[in-house]
Design a protein around this ligand. Structure first.
Ligand code: S3P
Length: 183
């Protein structure tokens, strides 16, 4: 089975994925890192050299590969990019092939995580101060929150919890929704 983690940039998908990987003893695959390894370029370079559209196509191909090849070798945790589900086909694949968990966070939490930490994220380009960062997050979330919510099978409100605590909540929810206690 694939446990897919989704949520806005800065919600902690990678850190939580690593904690969950230790708890469940299953490997974690990070979609951005998978693309970076495959292309030999950073996500930022891909946006700069090509475009967001090209990056979204790469996300789709990577997702298809992971679902059809890597995940057949055993259970994995898949940490998605914050915008992966904005591609309709990606959202369909995730909904139909994974147990998708939306790590929901308030704008305040996202701002505090992303403040001073947004330079490597092309979708936040130009957010040079807290006000513009907040505006970018709110604008992107206008479209994205519905997509996250309708694609996810489980929604976890993460405010006030650290990565390990969130991983515990996910572990409990996964065991609840997979009756045999797997993975
Ligand atoms: C993006 C999120 C990033 C990365 C890319 C685009 C987005 O991943 O995939 O910069 O559109 O929200 P993280 O959510 O891991 O930062």
């Amino acid at each position: 089975m694939i446990i897919a983690l989704t949520g806005f940039m800065g919600c902690g998908k990678s850190r939580i994925g690593n904690e969950l990987s230790r708890l469940l003893s299953i490997p974690v695959v990070d979609l951005d890192k998978y693309i970076e390894k495959k292309t030999g370029r950073s996500v930022r370079q891909i946006f700069e050299i090509h475009s967001e559209q090209v990056f979204r196509q790469m996300e789709l191909s990577a997702l298809q590969e992971i679902c059809s090849r890597i995940a057949t070798e055993g259970d994995i945790i898949l940490s998605l990019g914050g915008g992966t589900l904005t591609t309709e086909e990606c959202a369909r694949i995730v909904r139909e092939n994974t147990l998708c968990i939306y790590l929901r966070a308030t704008t305040d939490t996202l701002v505090s995580h992303l403040k001073g930490n947004s330079a490597k994220r092309p979708m936040l380009k130009g957010a040079t101060d807290e006000k513009s960062l907040r505006e970018k997050i709110e604008n992107l979330m206008k479209d994205r929150s519905a997509v996250y919510e309708k694609t996810a099978h489980i929604i976890i409100d993460t405010d006030g919890l650290n990565a390990l605590q969130i991983a515990w909540v996910i572990q409990r929810e996964v065991q609840r929704s997979v009756p045999q206690g797997r993975p």
